[in-house]
Design a binder for this molecule. Structure first.
Ligand code: NAD
Length: 432
């Protein structure tokens, strides 16, 4: 029987992408936690709580039925003190400017934490990609690039995939950018297919990076990874690879997996590859033979060693935090834990690997893709992997050591290191 830490089974289905500005408020509050340590003046703090640049675009698209539909898009360039900004593009029906702004801030701290010469950005289009035909999706992807063309580029801001965008969409976007520039500019977009200058190892980089962080955390916690139980929320790019690699690399037992329609549980473990094949034909992981259907809410409350939220933000809240009891919470999604919930998790002794640390593998390998595009070389997958592993290990231990030395949580440690680097760059550039 599956064990749930306690009753209550609200269904997460239909949860909006953000609860208005909650994620943004939390990101600002996390920044405040390191103000004193970094001796930030109120003016500096106010500046860091604001994006440097935002663009709203309206995108009229010719639909297959002959009608014209107008989609809303955004691009936020949060802070470019450390270099050109970088961040994914999300296609989601509930997308909001507040979420994009918060995610652009997270990208800024993430790039700084992982010592990449990049600032942070994020983009989004309000749309339901599952309801668009292949050609409509292509028109929308190209229209988005035309809309933001003036403010992006390899030296300005480099988009990448995120929720419901993929290498094919990146290929169309790179092609559109190149047409407008009148030359091939492969480095304008990352997350491309490898045949178009994409990097080996990008497709599973976020999950692999997160698993390297989990491995370091397990060592610190004295936890054996072989047969450790794992639950993964979200079964897209990050969630699928996290489940697949947890089993393949470490021999973990993946007992639960979910997607937007709900989840499945199997006490003796699942074969993520087989579940993926099933989802491909059935449209969801639900009703996978030999498993018990569970809700997304129930998945978060399972008694497992490692919980990996890999879908949406704001899923661990004040209401369910008492019942969320893994030994390690590996935040592969952006902003899955709301601030008030974190206090409860920490007082229950849960080791949190915060999002800006845990899911940095994607932007690290995107950065490797930029470097390869700029120098027209292609690294082998082994080289990418060993560089990624080195960076994730370094970042994990710098955060862990800082947290231990200063008696603060992992998130506060990560923010203090990251924000400190951005502030130093702004000071050296004479901005503040
Ligand atoms: P994706 O679009 O490939 O997959 C999203 C998954 O979430 C799908 O399986 C979908 O069914 C599931 N989902 C949607 N709504 C859900 C709900 N209400 N409950 C449970 N599951 C739901 O997206 P992705 O690229 O895997 O991104 C997942 C998360 O990881 C996001 O928070 C994203 O910002 C973050 N992230 C992604 C990358 C990357 O490289 N792709 C990098 C860093 C962070």
């Amino acid at each position: 029987m599956r064990t749930i830490n306690s009753g209550n089974s609200l269904i997460l289905k239909g949860t909006p992408v953000s609860s208005d500005s909650k994620l943004l408020d939390d990101v600002k509050q996390h920044l405040c936690t390191c103000s004193a340590g970094l001796k930030l003046t109120p003016d500096m703090e106010a500046f860091l709580k604001m994006p440097m640049r935002e663009l709203y675009v309206s995108l009229p698209i010719h639909m297959d039925d002959g009608s014209i539909k107008v989609f809303k898009g955004f691009r936020v360039q949060y802070n470019e003190a450390l270099g050109p900004t970088k961040g994914g593009i999300r296609f989601h029906p509930d997308e909001t400017m507040e979420t994009i702004r918060a995610l652009a801030a997270l990208m800024t701290w993430k790039c700084a934490l992982h010592k990449l010469p990049l600032g942070g950005a994020k983009g989004g289009v309000v749309c339901s990609p599952k309801e668009l035909s292949h050609r409509e999706l292509e028109r929308l992807s190209r229209a988005y690039i035309r809309g933001v063309y003036q403010i992006i580029g390899p030296d300005r801001d480099i988009p990448a995939p995120d929720m419901y965008t993929n290498p094919q969409i990146m290929a169309w976007m790179m092609d559109e950018y190149s047409k407008l520039a009148g030359k091939n500019v492969f480095g304008a977009i990352t997350g491309k297919p490898t045949s178009l200058g994409g990097s080996a190892g990008r497709f599973d980089a976020t999950a692999k990076g997160g698993l390297y962080a989990i491995r370091e955390a397990a060592k610190e916690q004295g936890m054996e990874l072989k047969d450790a139980t794992v639950a993964v929320q979200g079964f897209g790019n990050v969630g699928y690879h996290a489940a697949y690699l947890a089993k393949k690399l470490f021999g973990c037992k993946v007992v639960a997996i979910s997607d937007s329609k709900g989840g499945i549980y199997a006490e003796n473990g699942l074969d993520p590859e087989d579940v993926s094949g099933y989802k491909h034909s059935a449209g969801s992981v639900l009703d996978y033979p030999g498993t018990e259907n569970i809700t997304n809410k129930e998945l978060l409350e399972l008694d497992v060693d490692i919980l990996i939220p890999a879908a949406l933000e704001n899923v661990i809240t004040k209401e369910n935090a008492e019942k969320v009891r893994p030994k390690i919470l590996a935040e592969m999604a952006n902003g899955p834990t709301i601030r008030e919930a974190e206090e409860i998790l920490r007082s229950n002794g849960i080791h949190i690997i915060p999002d800006i640390l845990c899911n940095g593998g994607g932007v690290i390998v995107s950065y490797f893709e930029m470097v390869q595009n700029e120098s027209s070389i292609q690294w082998e997958e082994e080289e990418i992997e060993s560089r990624l592993e080195k960076k994730m290990k370094e970042a994990y231990h710098s955060v862990y050591d800082f947290a231990a030395k200063n008696n603060v949580g992992m998130r506060q440690a990560a923010y203090t290191l990251a924000v400190g680097r951005v502030v130093e760059a702004m000071q050296l550039r004479g901005w503040i």
